[in-house]
Design a protein around this ligand. Structure first.
Ligand code: NDP
Ligand code: OXD
Length: 308
């Protein structure tokens, strides 16, 4: 019985060391050195091998090395193979840092000041209290909830939107399609932390973004395909939207001549908002291996029909 890792090799080396210390009886393989494929019972991957049912005929669990699972082509995995996403504190904390920085950048006008600096311009802009800045997070899961809990401490007026009802102290929670317009109408900084599913693909289009108040901004930390990029450009040029901070795009990376790279009201980072922290990620996988062996539910198992 072996555990196969197929993702970033540098992180894989850390996983291998931790597995050797914590679970020495489990041979740990790093793709493409998979050993005997029939021995592979567990796979941790960002992108799984092609035709997994044939390549890894005895696979029992697929672990995503990320919090999202849309990057995994699950069509080749038999229905009995559970798919488990990454639930670990490191990925949560990195995302909280990123979104906090993004919201502060927008609220405290740092994009404007960067533009002013390029023109050697020294002009004070009015300082607005955090309470006057209405932040709205799409997605109230592991990441959206943690982000809102932190932003609330800065005094932002916080709200979130999800499919089902949630309760988060100090946060106005909206649920379902019927509540979306009201949520958007009270949002100055929209943060996307949704999973990419058929229901959320291209959801951030002109229709939805147009329901934000004039002068609102976007922080896009979900997946590139949530956003209709041409619609975003149009809304920025019309000054309906003030600015956009994009961590994810379509494609990744954008071609060098893509207008988003050069737009003065857009800031782009290369899908680094968060990442699993190998030490805590391995802890989480080891706990799930223990649960799987005992026949207990694993933490982070997704619903393959729902897509998250
Ligand atoms: P979770 O699965 O914990 O939460 C997803 C949330 O989205 C839930 O609140 C869910 O609602 C809501 N949701 C899903 N579909 C819909 C829908 N159709 N309408 C309304 N709400 C919906 O995910 P995480 O918080 O762990 O992660 C979210 C995403 O963040 C990941 O899928 C990934 O795409 C992205 N990500 C990006 C990273 C980056 O570096 N840029 C890093 C890590 C993740 P409900 O609670 O009702 O089910
Ligand atoms: C993830 C990511 O889903 O890094 O974990 O995007």
């Amino acid at each position: 019985m072996s555990f196969l890792y197929k993702a970033d090799p540098a992180r894989g080396a850390v996983w291998a060391k931790l597995f050797a210390e914590r679970l020495p009886d489990m041979p740990f393989k790093i793709w493409p050195d998979i050993g005997d494929p029939a021995q592979v019972r567990y796979l941790a991957a960002w992108q799984p091998p092609e035709d997994p049912a044939r390549t890894l005929p005895n696979l029992e669990v697929l672990f995503s090395v990320g919090a999202g699972v849309d990057q995994l082509d699950l069509s080749g995995f038999p229905a009995h193979v559970p798919v488990v996403r990454m639930i670990e504190p490191g990925i949560v904390e990195r995302m909280v840092e990123y979104v906090t920085h993004a919201v502060l950048t927008i609220h405290r006008d740092f994009l404007d000041y960067a533009g002013q600096q390029r023109q050697a311009c020294w002009t004070e802009l009015p300082v607005r209290p955090a309470a006057s800045c209405r932040v709205g997070v799409l997605g109230l899961g592991m990441l959206g909830t943690a982000v809102l809990e932190r932003l609330r401490l800065f005094g932002y007026d916080c709200a979130g939107w999800s499919r089902s009802e949630h309760r988060i102290e100090g946060v106005a929670c909206y649920a379902g399609e019927q509540a979306l317009d009201a949520f958007l109408a009270r949002t100055d900084v929209l943060v996307c932390l949704l999973p990419l599913t058929p229901a959320t693909r291209h959801m951030l289009d002109a229709r939805l973004l147009g329901k934000l108040p004039r002068g609102a901004s976007l922080v896009q930390t979900g997946r590139g395909a949530h956003l209709v990029q041409d619609d975003l450009l149009r809304l920025l040029d019309d000054e309906h939207l003030r600015c956009a901070l994009l961590d994810v795009t379509t494609p990744e990376p954008l071609p060098a001549d893509h207008p988003l790279w050069w737009h003065p009201r857009v800031r782009i980072t290369p899908h680094i908002a968060s990442a699993t922290h190998p030490e805590t990620a391995v802890e989480s996988v080891l706990e799930n291996l223990r649960r799987h062996r005992l026949g207990l539910p694993m933490i982070g198992e997704i619903d393959r029909h729902r897509g998250y």
